[in-house]
Design a protein around this ligand. Structure first.
Ligand code: NAP
Length: 249
């Protein structure tokens, strides 16, 4: 199976290096051959000779990349449907991993796989196995909701942490380190015991007085974020009349 990774950015690099380590026949198509040489990755000479071309390019470029007839074409974009591709055999391989460097490992992460035919789906599942990833299947008509959830669990958690650092009113560098460590401990609890059983804080303790003091202390934009998330936490915890009254509809 000859596979070409098209675009040697963060995801392209992580895929190509991971598949090379798993001894797949992987080549790269890049505008920067020197980068491929530095990463010890072989360059693709003729895309038409590939069985699969994986487009690891910005989402907006996916429909514009011209791949000659022959190979199946696969994108890595969580938000795009298969119809975004101009090829007969189409697939998607969307890693649920926040990849911020081509050297990041995908191992242990999940990947959403979809394909226009069973043979390609099987290939993408084998690719996931080679990368030691877990497979998630996403129906095409649920793509936007699936990707919204993925964004909420990665980039928006970072945005929430940014707001939390501001909420503390403490010097940024130290508060950021302390809160990242706190979030890590919360995620470890969630991974071990599931979301409902790992929640901590005044909502799960039913401590309306503490929540009231928080809301009074925060500036309006942070208070509305705190209120919205507290309502969600209350939904997870279950009925509590005084907290429900405090948080409103
Ligand atoms: N980063 C993540 O955490 C993540 C996670 C899941 C899925 N994804 C998806 O993976 C895909 C790639 O994202 P990324 O984060 O890896 O992006 P990236 O780091 O910006 O890399 C994109 C690569 O595409 C190539 N490229 C850029 N502009 C191009 C153009 N005009 N024409 C042709 N090639 C071009 C470049 O490679 P060369 O310079 O080598 O040509 C560039 O390094 C996207 O669909 C994204 O939604 C990303």
């Amino acid at each position: 199976m000859k596979l070409v990774v098209y675009g040697l950015g963060r995801v392209g690099g992580a895929l190509a290096l991971g598949l090379k380590a798993a001894r797949w026949d992987v080549r790269v198509h890049t505008r920067s051959p020197a980068k491929a040489r530095r990463m010890k990755l072989a360059l693709a000479e003729d895309l038409s000779q590939a069985d699969v071309v994986v487009l690891a390019v910005p989402d907006a470029m996916v429909g514009a990349i011209e791949v000659p007839d022959g190979p199946a074409v696969v994108h890595c974009a969580g938000a795009l449907e298969l119809s975004a591709l101009n090829a007969q055999r189409r697939g998607s391989f969307h890693p649920l991993v926040a990849v911020s460097s081509p050297n990041d490992s995908l191992e242990g992460g999940w990947v959403a796989v979809s394909a226009s035919d069973a043979r390609l789906e099987n290939t993408l599942k084998r690719m996931a196995k080679a990368l030691k990833m877990n497979v998630l299947t996403v129906p095409e008509n649920q793509r936007a909701r699936y990707h919204a959830g993925a964004v909420m669990s990665a980039g928006l958690v970072i945005a929430l942490l940014d707001a939390a650092v501001e909420a503390t009113g403490l010097p940024r560098a130290k508060a950021e380190k302390a809160l990242i460590a706190l979030t890590r401990s919360a995620l470890q609890g969630a991974a071990a015991r599931g979301l409902a059983k790992s929640m901590t804080g005044p909502i799960v303790r039913g401590d309306a007085a503490v929540v009231e003091r928080h809301l009074a202390a925060l500036p309006p934009d942070l208070a509305s974020l705190y209120r919205a998330l507290s309502k969600r936490a209350l939904k997870l915890k279950g009925e509590d009349a005084s907290l429900a009254a405090l948080l409103g509809d």
